[in-house]
Design a protein around this ligand. Sequence first.
Ligand code: DAH
Length: 357
Amino acid sequence: MTDLTALEADLIGQIDAAADVAALEAIRVAALGKSGSISGLLKSLGGMSPDERREVGPKINGLRDAVAAAIAARKTTLEDAELDKKLAAEALDLSLPAVPRRKGSVHPTMQTMDEMVAIFADMGFAVAEGPDIEDDFHNFTALNFPEKHPAREMHDTFFFNRKEDGERMLLRTHTSPVQVRTMMSQQPPIRIIAPGRTYRCDSDATHTPMFHQVEGLVIDKAIHMGHLKWTLETFLARFFETDSVTTRFRPHHFPFTEPSAETDVQCDRSGGELKIGQGSDWLEILGCGMVHPNVLRACGIDPTVYQGFAFGMGVDRLAMLKYGMPDLRDMFAGDTRWLSHYGFSAFAAPSQAAGLS
Ligand code: DAH
């Protein structure tokens, strides 16, 4: 006759040691299943004498009940533990940082704008802003565009419908109106840049209806073109991360500057790659000049006391040149593959100290 006490101890030991519900089920089948050890004992009762059966029967039944109860208890414990584990694994800790799967990225235009701001801020420029929806005075008249003069047609302007008083608002065609707003609201010395969106009714491989400019304005008593040239060359060398750049000022016409120039930088285009600061080619990069006395006067600044320079450049174009993007239109297509290729990490904010790109 099997030693029932030893069998019970063995089974209880196994039950307590069962690591999970599946292991526990295997023990239950081996003990209480059809051909299990305890089931075998129960079957053996049939072949016993009535006296023997009376003595052993309750013990075997007791063993079966004890083992069944131990299994049920262990099962509850294991199921509770499994649930706790699952809950712990599923718990949301809202204080954790976001999963570092880089889905979003900073658009190259915005990164370039931040680089420009960082460079000019280091040179002592403040950032000024103005509205995208402008009036005729700030966008044209105060900037010395004569009334009904074809110079106004230089910019393919998006006009709004006329208001009741006949005034026609427009989407600013350049960031130059911020010059006007700045000069009308503060006294010289002035040293600002104005980054922002600009709009023209134009669309091809090198023009988009919305694009970005950075405007610059410096007004003081003895500002001259030498200051302008130094400022632009210093900016361009830092922006293109070369030791120095050579610039060429070509005479040009802007109504708001006199003299006016377009600035080219020396570059090398051989080998299909653009290198700034070397070579024998020239790349047109911005417009600039000395602020026209009429503009100063329109803004309430005395041109016999103050003078200064201004410049304006296209941010998207500079971003394309610096980061080698071939088509301007791609920059506005919102294609996530393009963005994840050319985009920047939000944590890579440019600064003179930490590096620009
Ligand atoms: N406003 C000009 C444009 O959008 C760019 C420009 C040229 C700005 C010369 C200036 C400047 O401040 O001096 O084409």
